[in-house]
Design a protein around this ligand. Structure first.
Ligand code: FES
Ligand SMILES: [Fe+2]
Length: 397
């Protein structure tokens, strides 16, 4: 994406700063309360959103070396991603061609071959079956047809997106809508993964609503982030993805300079959400670090798991690492004890019934857009999903 779009966003932000106003939708949006707890709805979301949309599952920087891999379970699907000796990253269902066992243990590592722990069949980095124990006795099978099942993958802007279905119907270009070009301004491929945590939370949408929500910041987080946070939000969409930023008075200083001199790091602040499950939070203070939260639905509607990843532009030394861990301790505390603790109680109250709807205000355009995208995609069959993704902002409907 051209830098012009970043400049354009900064100009829009400045407009609100000077006017002392913020972005407002024409109306309040009402979302049925049962969307947050009904089992049928949850199953449809897993099937039509998580199983169908490309998910941002790994960072280029955690799979730098040939043979480095990451094995995980995403939305119930065991898979692994591996960097080949040719430099390409590939993803596979983590299921052996013999009787389906999981071949690669969960976690990050490095290997030349992947050997199944059940009967030692082995696979190479391209998923080819390269070893069958006691092959003469096993009987004849065509090795070429018994490799690991590849999953669609695209590596862009330092992130690795994977589709959880081998027959993923979504065109990654249509889905990303140029957002990867915007994210490329961070240069994440050269960054470092410094810390990783896992936090259990409420229904994934209750959790995700919070990442799009600046309205709550000075209230819910008054004892941690402090009450001075702006609670106003400006949203910029690229397809279903949205960047969120508060009106930023620091941008006023930029106006003294020509646009070419506006430093990129001043133009990329705020929270960059990646539909349907990632938030990239930038911080002004404390060195160049971002918190990338990857949210996954749990086993049922009322649970989710968030993986918090702290990435830094420069590899920290010992002292820098300690400082970063302290920062992540705070971020984990805020999410666990403030956001998700509130979310779990909210969920309990919603499930108890009596409330038909929840509200997203005119000032909460991000949440409005997120729920409208969900409604649109949940109503769309596979054959029409790319048209639905390319059909423009649902808030304009
Ligand atoms: S299930 Fe993998 S070798 Fe048998
Ligand atoms: Fe929050």
């Amino acid at each position: 994406m051209a830098r012009e779009k970043l400049i354009e966003m900064a100009r829009e932000n400045l407009g609100y700063v000077k006017a002392g106003t913020t972005q407002l939708r024409p109306d309040v949006l009402r979302v049925p309360a049962h969307h947050y707890f009904e089992a049928d709805r949850f199953e449809l979301e897993v099937e039509r959103i998580f199983m169908r949309m490309p998910l941002m599952l790994a960072f280029s920087c955690e799979l730098r070396e040939p043979g480095s891999y990451k094995s995980m379970v995403a939305a119930g699907v065991p898979l692994f991603i591996v960097r080949g000796r040719d430099g390409a990253a590939r993803a596979f269902l983590n299921s052996c061609a013999h009787r389906g066992a999981q071949v690669v243990p969960e976690g990050n590592g490095k290997a030349r071959r992947f050997t199944c722990p059940y009967h030692a069949w082995s696979y190479d980095e391209k998923g080819a079956l390269v070893g069958i124990l006691d092959e003469d006795e096993f009987g004849e099978i065509d090795r070429g047809c018994h490799g690991l099942t590849p999953l669609p993958l695209s590596e862009r802007a330092g992130f690795i997106w994977v589709g959880l279905r081998a027959d993923c119907p979504v065109d990654f270009d249509v889905f990303l809508a140029g957002y990867d070009e915007a994210l490329a301004h961070f240069g994440f491929e050269g960054w470092h993964l410094v810390s990783r945590r896992e936090v259990a939370g409420p229904n994934w949408k209750i959790a995700y609503d919070g990442y799009l929500d600046l309205y709550h910041l000075p209230i819910l987080h008054k004892d941690t982030f402090g009450p001075d946070f702006p609670n106003k939000a400006i949203y910029t969409p690229w397809g279903p993805h949205q960047r969120v930023s508060g009106p930023n008075p620091l941008l006023l200083d930029l106006e003294k300079k020509s646009e070419e001199e506006w430093p990129t790091e001043h133009l990329i602040g705020g929270v960059w959400t990646v539909f349907p499950h990632v938030s990239i939070a930038t911080f002004n203070a404390g060195g160049a670090g971002v918190l990338v939260s990857q949210l996954f639905p749990g086993k049922e509607a009322g649970s989710s798991i968030t993986v918090q990843n702290y990435l830094m532009a420069e590899e920290p030394d010992e002292a820098g690492r300690e400082e970063a861990e302290k920062r992540v301790d705070l971020l984990e505390y805020v999410v666990r004890e403030e956001d998700y603790a509130t979310g779990l109680r909210q969920q309990q109250a919603l499930r108890a019934g009596g409330r038909k709807e929840v509200l997203f205000g005119r000032n909460e355009g991000g949440g409005q857009r997120f729920h409208r995208w969900l409604d649109r995609l949940l109503a769309t069959d596979d054959e029409d999903v790319n048209d639905a993704l390319g059909a423009g902002d649902p808030l304009a409907d």
